[in-house]
Design a protein around this ligand. Sequence first.
Ligand SMILES: C[S@@+](CC[C@H](N)C(=O)[O-])C[C@H]1O[C@@H](n2cnc3c(N)ncnc32)[C@H](O)[C@@H]1O
Length: 248
Amino acid sequence: MPEDHFGERVAERYDESAADMFESAVVDPVVEFLAGLAGQGAALELGIGTGRIAIPLARRGIRVHGIDLSEAMVAKLQAKLGAEQIGVTIGDFATTTVDGRFSVAYLVFNTIMNLTTQDGQVACFKNVAAHLEPGGCFVIEVMVPALQRLPPGETVRALTVSATRLGFDEYDSASQGLISHHYSVVDGNLEVVSMPFRFVWPAELDLMARLAGMRLRERWSSWKREPFTSDSTKHVSVWEKTASGSRG
Ligand SMILES: C[S@@+](CC[C@H](N)C(=O)[O-])C[C@H]1O[C@@H](n2cnc3c(N)ncnc32)[C@H](O)[C@@H]1O
């Protein structure tokens, strides 16, 4: 099992520290997009966390099941109104299987990068394909690696600089490794979280999809289907399970 970086301490403050991501201006277009792909079928969220997307999606009438490694994050989800409709399996989303077939599976908010090896990310695509109905879709929201924004020879990029929060991404381009360092002052105390990621290119994800029997159907720069261009800092990509895509 991979290391759980979302233990009690992170889970306790997750919704507060990501408060802007819980605003309806952010959440509503995601739910609209996913509900449209789900149709009459069910949705599988990998890394369901505290239910930021799953709860409003279930409220829209979509059956949602989630997988997550962190019991602490899932406990936060289960304490919320509406969580009773959502099934959750504790495990690694690269390998954990759940009952049922899904019309859509999704992995949002850069969470594919929590798998820190290429093998892990490839396994995740294969695992998703095994859970999708033929024609079902896999949706990923993830940043475009910001290497173009690093001056030559530099490895660290500031994400947040304020009086109470500092955040930096530290890149290792040879290994596609990225460590996000976050320092926050909370009630006068310094909280430090450093989390490892593997950054991944859009074309590399397309190849992972092909290995798993899926093909690219849509790629946008936002949940509102704005064009993906060379200037885009993130993408929302949809791969479709092809007729020949097999289980396992
Ligand atoms: C950034 S949070 C996103 C949570 C939620 N999807 C959201 O959008 O708010 C990432 C979540 O993925 C989970 N996670 C990370 N790696 C995982 C893995 N290999 N298997 C299962 N869950 C994982 C973490 O425990 C955490 O709950």
